[in-house]
Design a protein around this ligand. Sequence first.
Ligand SMILES: CC(C)(COP(=O)(O)OP(=O)(O)OC[C@H]1O[C@@H](n2cnc3c(N)ncnc32)[C@H](O)[C@@H]1OP(=O)(O)O)[C@@H](O)C(=O)NCCC(=O)NCCS
Length: 169
Amino acid sequence: MENRTPRQSFTTVTDLVLPSETNPLNNLFGGELLARMDRAASIAARRHCRRVVVTASVNHVAFSRMIPLGSVVTIEAQVSRAFKSSMEVYMDVYIEDRESGERTKANEAIYSFVAVDDTGRPVQIPAIHPETEDEKNRYDAALRRKQLSLVLAGKMKAAEATELKALFE
Ligand SMILES: CC(C)(COP(=O)(O)OP(=O)(O)OC[C@H]1O[C@@H](n2cnc3c(N)ncnc32)[C@H](O)[C@@H]1OP(=O)(O)O)[C@@H](O)C(=O)NCCC(=O)NCCS
């Protein structure tokens, strides 16, 4: 199976914020952003492995800035690390100033996907080789995040989460 780079999964999705997608303060509803990110991330995951992918977990979402009605929102998604059948997808969310066109980072998120066969069983995916410094940093931290996700889901004992434990030693 041929190795891939994070860049090969790079996905960008740009869309407007419409009135039906906002909360009472006229800012983008959080659940709407989660769904948009899920779509962008699933495309990135699919581009990495060329298989059917399912969302396994939402590991981190930081809603650090409100996104007002009428905003142009761009989600950039890229696989940061591939394991056996699962992948971490890292996303950066930007909004664009109408007049200057300048981009501001509004949010970021990390989702995990699993590649599956036609019956929903996990299948092996290609390895990934990070190229840039940012890609290498995200790759290195991904194992820690996977272990945390598995511990929280009750699928791994805390004592076995070696990368997590190393953080506190
Ligand atoms: C995700 C899913 C395929 C995992 O199946 P499973 O029977 O737990 O399979 P395994 O235990 O063999 O795990 C498969 C991989 O998923 C990873 N995984 C499972 N749960 C995870 C979690 N909560 N966070 C991160 N990774 C997870 C495992 O670590 C393993 O990764 P690896 O092969 O890269 O080492 C299965 O739980 C599923 O189909 N869930 C529903 C998915 C879905 O419908 N999503 C849409 C939400 S509506």
